[in-house]
Design a protein around this ligand. Structure first.
Ligand SMILES: [Zn+2]
Length: 236
């Protein structure tokens, strides 16, 4: 059973360190409290890592990565530090992102925004938080280069394998989305790069519809005909 303890470095920076993970992993893991990350936030991340390693029987080594919600974490080994420190993707919404920075503030903020979006829209179930590399099925009329006026997101089924369960349509009622020749498969990060507004909505449960218009976002709860404008989306 992994416990957690708070440490303060000589320079005043605090971090939360696992206590007991080394028994199975060989090393403890540490997350520094920077960029607004609280001790509670850090414990949630470290507990996820610990539970994952326990369940899988894997060990994590310096330089290796692990998915955490939308983003990816990496483990770094500092000189004279018995613990592995956590880093995260510097630009989690960019397709070309392959640089990491210290901490996990962005990854934590994305998970919180997704959970908050579910609650704010009155939905009781938080679904799987897809990783940026998971796929959506997308209408081919949504050109990779032209401007998108309307995006209609439907969570058509629960996640399986590398599929996020999201379908992205063009919004035209006359376009036949049952014709597979009209559809393509795309990593979610290509959508976030074009419109980062979508990411907080990606943990909404099955049968939810989200319509992105240039000036508003409309959420249709499962089984409900009338959509609700999500005003908080514009303030965010
Ligand atoms: Zn279409």
């Amino acid at each position: 059973m992994t416990q957690f303890r708070l440490e303060t470095r000589a320079d005043g920076l605090q971090r939360v360190v696992t206590d007991g993970l080394a028994a199975q992993n060989g090393r403890e893991c540490a997350l520094e409290l920077m960029d607004g990350v609280t001790a509670d936030n850090a414990e949630r991340v470290l507990r996820y890592i610990s539970d994952y390693l326990t369940a899988s029987g894997q060990k994590i080594m310096a330089g290796e990565t692990m998915r955490y919600g939308w983003s990816t974490l990496r483990f770094a080994q500092d000189n004279n530090d018995p613990a592995l420190s956590i880093e995260e993707l510097e630009e989690p919404f960019a397709t070309a992102s392959d640089t990491f920075r210290r901490g996990a503030a962005k990854a934590i903020a994305i998970l919180r925004a997704q959970d908050e979006t579910v609650r704010r829209n009155g939905l009781s179930t938080i679904a799987h938080h897809p990783h940026r590399s998971e796929r959506a099925v997308i209408c081919r009329r949504l050109s990779p280069t032209a401007t998108w006026k309307v995006l209609v997101f439907d969570r058509i089924k629960a996640r399986q394998a590398e599929q996020s369960g999201w379908f992205v349509g063009c919004g035209s009622s006359t376009h036949n989305h049952n014709d597979v020749a009209e559809l393509a498969s795309l990593h979610l990060v290509y959508l976030s790069e074009r419109d980062p507004r979508i990411v907080p909505y990606l943990a909404l449960p099955e049968d939810t519809r989200v319509v992105f218009e240039p000036s508003k976002v409309i959420v249709f709860a499962p089984g409900v005909q009338a959509g609700q404008v999500d005003n908080a989306a514009l303030r965010a």
